[in-house]
Design a protein around this ligand. Structure first.
Ligand SMILES: Nc1ncnc2c1ncn2[C@@H]1O[C@H](COP(=O)(O)OP(=O)(O)OP(=O)(O)O)[C@@H](O)[C@H]1O
Ligand SMILES: [Mg+2]
Length: 290
């Protein structure tokens, strides 16, 4: 079975989780078996979708769509258990204070374990994962860079033995465009776009990958310019000021889109929705995805 891996990243707060959920839902509706994975210590979706709990073990939240939360430690634990085989020994290893401290300070080790888990399907390594698609609601840009750089760091540090070997096999999965794709979520604003562009450059140099840009929360109003300008002529009223603000926003957005087009081959626009129901928001965003 050929597994697809989709990484969703971007500046903090731009809508990574919503877009990741939308992409996962879209793929599940196409009939794929999808696992949506949150990386980190806390689940966003637990509160967002009002779930009882989100943990390392996947749980189905919609037909064909399961959700899991993978921390560095849980991924390492599973990895050690797989290597050591005997659960009690793995426990001994992990509940040792020295070992815990080592895991927390060894640079890139939790990241490497997460990537090891994410890429375990295509590498045919570790416990089987019966999903057609993994959608990773990944870290924000800075930490995401550290995540994808972790295997190279490890491969350089330990050139021989299983760790170096596995790091290289992780890199080859991350580099394979048939398997792995990168979706950078941005807002039509200066700073998020700058961060997105910088990250895209890192992905290109590090992995020769072409990231797709998802421009999120695009103001999509169906008010003709003339009407806005008419309202503006009454600048003393709040409505006039609001019309002016909207017009400036639209100009700014157009500018950001032009800028984005010079850097990204593939751009998807997702409007700003005034929707309070989380699943409805995700469904609306889903309809805009390719
Ligand atoms: N297209 C949209 N229209 C309206 N609201 C949106 C849209 N996309 C995201 N949101 C809202 O914006 C907020 C931030 O979105 P989200 O939590 O997905 O961002 P994030 O990038 O995952 O944040 P973090 O960096 O904290 O993980 C949420 O309240 C979400 O409901
Ligand atoms: Mg998030």
């Amino acid at each position: 079975m050929k597994q697809e891996i989709h990484f969703v990243t971007g500046k903090g707060g731009v809508g990574k989780s919503v877009i990741a959920a939308a992409l996962a839902l879209k793929l599940s509706k196409k009939g794929k078996k999808v696992l949506l994975v949150e990386l980190g210590d806390q689940s966003f979706f637990k509160d967002f979708f009002e779930l009882a709990d989100v943990s390392f073990q996947p749980q189905e939240v919609k037909p064909n769509l399961s959700l899991a939360l993978w921390t560095g430690e849980s991924a390492l634990r599973e990895y050690a258990q797989y290597l050591i085989k005997v659960e009690s020994l793995a426990k001994l290893f992990f509940d040792n204070a020295v070992m815990k401290a080592f895991i927390n300070i060894a640079p890139g080790l939790p990241e490497l374990a997460m990537l090891g888990k994410i890429t375990s399907g295509p590498r045919k390594y570790g416990p089987p994962m019966n999903y057609d698609c993994l959608v990773i609601d990944a870290f924000a840009t800075g930490h995401f860079k550290a995540l994808i750089e972790a295997p190279r760091g490890m491969a350089q540090a330990v050139q021989i033995g299983p760790m170096g070997e596995q790091s290289r096999s992780i890199i080859s999965v991350l580099k394979n465009p048939e398997v792995t794709s990168y979706h950078i979520v941005s807002l039509p604003e200066e700073l998020p776009l700058k961060e997105s562009t910088e990250l895209a450059e890192v992905l290109k140099t590090e992995l020769d990958a072409d990231a797709e840009l998802v421009m999120n929360k695009v103001l999509d109003v169906n008010i003709p310019r003339e009407s806005l300008q008419q309202a503006e002529s009454a600048t003393t009223s709040d409505l006039g000021l609001f019309a002016q603000y909207i017009e400036q926003q639209l100009d700014r957005q157009a500018q950001m889109m032009d800028q984005a087009k010079t850097k990204f081959k593939k751009i998807t626009k997702v409007p700003l929705y005034f929707e309070t129901d989380p699943w409805k928001l995700v469904e609306k965003a889903m309809e805009k995805l390719p």
